[in-house]
Design a protein around this ligand. Structure first.
Ligand SMILES: [Zn+2]
Length: 368
């Protein structure tokens, strides 16, 4: 959504930024203006031709809530229509909590983020995005086999949350939410990318051809479960010697260099298969030792077939936030952005149905 990234733009820039035709951009703009979400803010005279109308996204008109349900706490953010973080909150969770406790925790976190609105703009809350470590089926919203849950049965969490919250709710893996945030921020600058989330574990995801590449079983890009040490430490997934298991063992032993080397080997192995030009990473483990991880990855990529210079590496860091003691969690922010995309998302490439990606249903649209 190009308007979310730039302050204001004219129609031709929006068309170039989204890959849509100017006619399609006009239709979308008309609908957003009808909804009160975009306004005309003036005209700009170019070197030749008629002056172009400038449009601005009214970010203050609609907000979304993002939730990151982790193993030890629930982090929440409230964002405006431009994806800017306005408020943050963290709720601690008991060890080995049940699905019912998780639903209670998410509901109370959402309630706290929704209630304290004293401003006069009275924004609409368009929905809640929930991100979990997995495994979660994004389409059915069924969670099954969390090893940190006491209940091993399949839980229709999305249905339960939608009912409890009474709001439009979307759900996805934490790693995918983090990747969606990067794609949202970069817009058409987003290249094919391997994302690594180092946050009490090793998550991986792929962005290929302008979208998340999920794979047949929603686990594409999960390089944390590539085996790098035959017969190595047991992994949560049931195999031995996975990147994640080796990294977690090294961290427990205080061997940061070994932990970083395990992750670097995993990323290099994954790049040999998918050969994407970009690597983006984030997470608390990375934030604790950024130099060690960067050095290990640079050294490892140097030894790949393409060589280290063939890849761009970017560390995603949390945005400036209202509360210094409660930073804007990247996964929670990504979950909120997922909501904005599900409601107002404009496809990044031409040829996709606009009507499926825009709600509410199109009313009368006048061509401009
Ligand atoms: Zn594993």
């Amino acid at each position: 959504m190009t308007l979310a990234i730039v302050d204001q733009a004219e129609r031709a820039e929006l068309a170039a930024g989204t890959g849509l035709t100017p006619q399609a951009v006009s239709k979308i703009l008309a609908r957003l203006i009808d909804d009160g979400l975009v306004e005309e803010v003036g005209r700009r005279q170019g070197a030749r031709g008629k002056p172009a109308t400038l449009y601005r996204l009214r970010s203050e008109k609609a907000h979304a809530i993002g939730i990151h349900a982790g193993r030890t706490d629930i982090k929440g953010v409230r964002v405006d229509l431009g994806g800017n973080v306005l408020d943050t909150i963290a709720t601690p969770m008991p060890a080995q909590f049940t699905p019912a406790q998780l639903i209670d925790g998410i509901a109370s976190t959402v309630e706290k983020l929704v209630s304290p609105q004293s401003d006069s703009t009275n924004p609409e809350i368009v929905g809640v995005g929930v991100a979990l470590p997995g495994p979660v089926d994004r389409t059915t919203g069924v969670v099954q086999g969390f090893r940190w849950w006491r209940d091993p049965a399949a839980t229709p969490l999305l249905d339960a949350l939608t009912h409890r919250l009474g709001r439009h709710t979307v759900m996805d893996l934490s790693i995918n939410a983090a990747l969606e945030l990067t794609a949202w921020q970069r817009g058409d600058q987003m290249t094919d990318t391997l994302y690594a989330l180092l946050d009490r574990g090793v998550g991986g995801a792929l962005w290929i051809g302008g979208r998340l590449h999920r794979g047949a079983h929603m686990s594409a890009g999960e390089f944390g479960h590539l085996v790098i040490e035959a017969g190595g430490p047991e992994c949560e997934c049931g195999r031995r010697g996975c990147v994640e298991a080796v990294q977690q063992r090294a961290l427990a032993e205080g061997d940061i260099a070994r932990a970083a080397a395990a992750v670097a080997t995993g990323i290099a192995n994954a790049l040999h298969i998918v050969d994407v030009p970009g690597v983006v990473w984030s997470g608390s483990d990375l934030e604790a030792h950024p130099e060690a991880y960067a050095a290990a990855l640079a050294a490892e990529l140097q030894r790949t077939l393409a060589g280290g210079a063939a890849y761009t590496i970017h560390r995603a860091v949390p945005a400036e936030v209202p509360h210094e003691d409660c930073p804007a969690d990247l996964v929670a922010t990504g979950a909120a952005v997922m909501v904005l995309e599900s409601v107002y998302g404009i496809p990044a490439r031409p040829g996709e149905s606009l009507d499926q990606s825009l709600t509410p249903e199109p009313a009368e649209i006048t061509s401009r």
